[in-house]
Ligand binder design. Structure first.
Ligand code: MN
Length: 267
């Protein structure tokens, strides 16, 4: 928290400025500080950590359901964080929260996720951040629990210091509080999508493709995000920006990769 009084909180998402989860988040965080809303002008789910470099970005004012003002951009979730931090807030940003996403962000979902990538962008900028998702694709989503939990976590992040280059990835079951048995600090699990490409033929006889049609296969190891959600628990995973495969470093150094000499014909 800054010594200037109320903290500045920036929120964004990848489901777009009109998403119900974004507004639920804004409402829940309102008591903690000044909440700024900068979100994509349309759904950008699974846009990953993409940023917009080759066309101009625009910010347009949008009236939110409570009458307050937010900003929509033609950019990606990560662009929203840059625009929010560097332009809209116009001061120190104490916390960035991305969500509340409609749908899970578990296991291998993380690098595809626009929601999580926005929080990563904030972590790169050295700002405390978390992503929050309701881990269900059901039509009827309740954001109540996730919104309340987000306020709880936001309060903690404003008073504690998280390790450098680290953000939090939160997944909440789509259940009322009395059916959620607990909250677990987890590690990233494994979630694999099968039958990822569905090939069909259009009326002209040409092939077209749908990606990611099937339900994911989760490896339900104890202590992972996928396992916590399978057990109807809230999952909180610390995520590090460093993607280095440390376990492979020593082995890789024995392969001779560093001995390459341009022009040598050694087999
Ligand atoms: Mn989304």
């Amino acid at each position: 928290m800054t010594d200037r009084g109320a903290p500045n909180i920036l929120i964004t998402n990848d489901d777009g400025i009109h998403a119900e989860g974004l507004f639920a988040l804004k409402t829940a965080l309102g008591a903690l500080g000044t909440v700024y809303v900068v979100a994509p002008d349309r759904p950008r789910s699974a846009s990953g950590h993409s940023i917009t470099l080759h066309k101009p970005l625009r910010l347009s004012r949008v009236r939110l359901p409570d009458g307050s003002q937010g900003y929509a951009t033609n950019g990606t979730p990560s662009d929203c964080v840059s625009l929010g931090v560097l332009d809209v807030v116009g001061g120190k940003v104490d916390l960035v929260v991305s969500g509340i996403n409609w749908g899970p962000n578990l296991g291998w979902d993380l690098t595809y996720s626009g929601t999580v990538s926005a929080a990563m962008e904030a972590a790169i900028m050295g700002i405390a951040a978390f992503a929050v998702s309701v881990a269900s694709y059901e039509e009827e989503i309740s954001f109540d629990y996730a919104a309340g939990f987000s306020a709880h976590l936001a309060r903690l992040l404003l008073t504690h210091k998280l390790a450098r280059d680290t953000l939090l990835n939160v997944n909440v079951p789509n259940l009322p509080a009395d059916r959620i048995p607990g909250i677990e600090i987890t590690r990233q699990g494994r979630r694999r999508y099968t039958g990822k490409v569905e090939k069909r033929v259009d009326p002209m006889g040409r092939a077209y493709y749908w990606l990611g049609g099937d339900l994911p296969l989760d490896e339900l190891e104890e202590g992972t995000d996928v396992r916590a959600i399978a057990d109807n628990k809230v999952s909180v995973t610390p995520v590090h920006l460093d993607l280095t495969g440390y376990a492979a470093l020593d082995e890789l150094r024995t392969w001779g990769i560093e001995e390459f000499e341009p022009g040598s014909r050694r087999p």
